[in-house]
Design a protein around this ligand. Structure first.
Ligand SMILES: Cc1cc2nc3c(=O)[nH]c(=O)nc-3n(C[C@H](O)[C@H](O)[C@H](O)COP(=O)(O)O)c2cc1C
Length: 222
């Protein structure tokens, strides 16, 4: 039991495939069960909740699309996020990259300083892991703190038992333990909020108010 003065962590979790019966949605649901067992609360979403029209500056001038806004709101309400993403052609699905692009336009920029954990599931032998390396790039560019370990479920079409858990007990144990380590880090980071604030899109570039995209401790305080 956590001490009474520690509020429980709140984690946004979703699978990044749009289709019904997605292996990544099943992995996201399994992650949600593990997170809840560790005493955190979960906002379990689907990619359909956030699916947005292709980013278009003219559309943006009319206002952020509702699904992208919803993603930003739910991300902002969470202490951390977990994405179970399919690998499409050694990268991430276009719908997910598009959502990240929309989110990058929101101020305050909601991925900045947010702790994230990445998972993937694929029938392949490496579980879609290459896609997660691609996914790290825009997330880290936007200041998200992406956990070093990633869980890629290989041969995912055969990996789940009838109860939704991983049929291989040792794999399920590694899954639970890795997520537990991530939650410990999220909790530790929350106690030292000063560690994770500043985001300057292109560090080292000569500062220029016309092109700067920054969120610093000063802008937060202002
Ligand atoms: C457009 C497309 C591209 C894909 N590219 C890859 C790939 O590069 N690597 C891989 O392991 N699987 C690839 N797959 C297979 C997916 O991993 C598989 O369909 C998986 O079940 C998709 O995730 P989901 O079950 O959550 O929908 C691809 C599937 C599609 C539809």
């Amino acid at each position: 039991m956590p001490p009474a003065d520690v509020r429980s962590l709140h984690v946004l979790i979703f699978g990044a495939a749009l289709r019904q019966g997605s292996l990544n949605s099943r992995l996201a649901e399994l992650a949600a069960r593990t997170v809840e067992r560790r005493g955190a609360t979960v906002d379990l979403a689907t990619m359909a909740d956030f699916d947005s029209p292709s980013y278009d500056g003219d559309l943006e001038a009319e206002g952020m699309p509702e699904p992208a806004k919803e993603f930003c709101d739910r991300l902002k309400a969470a202490d951390a996020f977990m994405i179970a993403s399919p690998e499409y052609n050694a990268s991430m699905p276009g719908a997910l990259k598009n959502l990240i692009d929309w989110a990058s336009r929101m101020r305050p920029q909601p991925l900045n300083g947010k702790q994230g954990f990445l998972l993937s599931a694929s029938p392949s032998m490496v579980g879609g892991n290459r896609g997660l390396w691609a996914l790290r790039v825009p997330l880290e560019h936007l200041g998200a703190r992406v956990y070093p370990d990633m869980f890629s479920l290989a041969q995912a079409h055969e990996a789940f038992g009838p109860d939704g858990r991983l049929a291989n007990d040792l794999l399920q144990k590694r899954f639970d333990e890795t997520i537990g380590c991530f939650l410990d880090l999220v909790e530790a980071a929350m106690r030292y909020p000063g560690l994770k604030k500043q985001w300057v899109e292109f560090l080292g570039e000569k500062p220029n108010p016309a092109t700067d995209r920054t969120e610093t401790n000063e802008t937060e305080a202002a």
